[in-house]
Design a protein around this ligand. Structure first.
Ligand code: RB5
Length: 147
């Protein structure tokens, strides 16, 4: 499993935790985010991660900012990206099963009720259910070009 991961200055520690966790499970992580507290603009990071992901060679993308909100909004503006922003383990599992996201976002300044590592495991260990959910995902994607 190859993951591209990007973050702004609001999620340096969280990004490092995520990489440590995923690497311990044998995933390969390509870190295109920042590793200092110097202020950067999260839309730039989202764009870089998404464009590189869409060029191929990755299974999933992860983006993180202070809240996870700005960077997930930015990622979702790019055609082909479905970026989930789960609140807990339940939502992490449900979004994989129902929305089939290719990106997942987290906030480095958010106090989640579940550890992000457990949210990641719930996401990666579950499976898209297809069927009626595929119809809905197709409808999401058809919104992209104003169809
Ligand atoms: C940066 O200060 C902060 O605005 C950003 O990390 C994020 O929380 C935006 O949604």
């Amino acid at each position: 499993m190859k993951i591209i991961i990007g973050n702004d200055h609001g999620a340096v520690e969280l990004k490092q935790r995520i990489i440590k966790h995923l690497e311990s499970k044998g995933y390969e992580c390509d870190n295109i985010g920042v590793d200092s507290e110097e202020s950067v603009d999260y839309p730039d990071i989202a764009e870089k991660a998404c464009r590189k992901f869409l060029a191929g060679g990755y299974d999933y993308g992860i983006v993180c900012c202070g809240t996870g909100i700005g960077i997930s909004i930015s990622a979702n503006k790019i055609d082909g990206i479905r970026c989930a922003l789960p609140q807990d383990v339940f939502a992490s599992r449900a979004t994989r099963e129902h929305n089939n996201p290719n990106f997942i976002a987290f906030g480095g300044r958010i106090e989640y009720k579940d550890p992000v590592e457990k949210m990641l495991d719930a996401f990666f260990d579950s499976k898209f259910q297809g069927g009626r959910h595929q119809i809905r995902v197709d409808k999401i994607m058809s919104l992209e070009s104003g169809n």
